[in-house]
Ligand binder design. Sequence first.
Ligand code: 5GP
Length: 112
Amino acid sequence: MTIFEKIIAREIPAKIVYEDEVCICFHDIAPQAPVHLLMVPKKCIVRVGEAVAEDKETLGHLMLMAQKVAKQEGFNDSGFRVVINSGPDSGEEVPHLHLHLLAGRQMGVPLA
Ligand code: 5GP
């Protein structure tokens, strides 16, 4: 069971900002920006690098719910960055696919 599945099951606490039948969104425990949220599918897709065709609807849903949360939390107009890590070189820590939603400051390029 991943740490995110424990959050979904309410076994460990998180600051949840959005939830529906497909996904949950909560504040990252170690924020890298003034706003740092994680959008997580309830079905554990391990990573983008292991997603399959039947995950298509879930993956699309995550993107649209990112927009919904950005509007709800008030950073859709100012802008935000979506980051998805996949595999060792990306720095992935949790093997449960998730979108990082980063907002509230100017983002640099390239990423560190
Ligand atoms: P990754 O490196 O896998 O893309 O991102 C994992 C993220 O999960 C990191 O930004 C990390 O701070 C966050 N994280 C790890 N454990 C917890 C936790 O117990 N609660 C919350 N809210 N975030 C966590």
